[in-house]
Design a binder for this molecule. Structure first.
Ligand SMILES: CC(C)(COP(=O)(O)OP(=O)(O)OC[C@H]1O[C@@H](n2cnc3c(N)ncnc32)[C@H](O)[C@@H]1OP(=O)(O)O)[C@@H](O)C(=O)NCCC(=O)NCCSC(=O)Cc1ccccc1
Length: 138
């Protein structure tokens, strides 16, 4: 089993990427990873995810970005908690369309992992997040 699958199994009932059997409300996000540990996932935005009519809710956008960065850490074999999350909502994300989520590890210093994530559509960046993650003390 890869470190990614091992760390992912630690939250089988996740509301973002868990299985339907374990969590009927899961968003079923499925991330792919490249050789450098960056992750990507498609997400179909529907009216179930809206706040204002026809627009993705900002809290949901933040959740998706947070999840992308968490999974990026999984690809590096790290299971850490979000300690700080900053989101720049650049342009409205419309419902009934597919977006791409991406995340990469920027760096690691004194036990704090710094990551960045994007929501894009057709090369246009609609939202950008940066976050700090910390592994909980044993
Ligand atoms: C564990 C920790 C984050 C840090 O506590 P401790 O280990 O006791 O650490 P301590 O306080 O000793 O500080 C050590 C060093 O770090 C620094 N520093 C600390 N904080 C910050 C900061 N915010 N920002 C910047 N720096 C900070 C601090 O100054 C210190 O630096 P120093 O060495 O003095 O230079 C704790 O606050 C916590 O549990 N928070 C709740 C986390 C939580 O519930 N998150 C949500 C659930 S996760 C989720 O949902 C993801 C997910 C998505 C999808 C799917 C699955 C999962």
């Amino acid at each position: 089993m890869t470190s990614y699958h091992f760390t992912k199994q630690a939250h089988n009932s996740c509301m973002v990427c868990g299985t339907v059997e374990n969590n009927p409300d899961t968003l079923l996000l499925a991330f792919s990873q490249d050789s450098e540990g960056n992750v990507t996932a498609p997400f179909q935005v529907t009216s179930r995810h809206q706040g204002y009519d026809g627009l993705l809710h900002g809290g949901m956008a933040s959740t998706l970005l947070d999840a992308a960065m968490t999974h990026c850490l999984f690809t590096h074999g790290i299971q850490a908690l979000t300690a700080e999350l900053t989101v720049r909502f650049i342009a409205p994300v419309r419902t009934e369309q597919q977006v791409m989520l991406t995340a990469h590890l920027v760096g690691h210093r004194r036990g704090i992992y710094q990551l960045e994530a994007l929501i894009t559509q057709e090369q246009q960046v609609l939202a950008r997040a940066s976050a700090k993650f910390i592994e909980p003390k044993k």
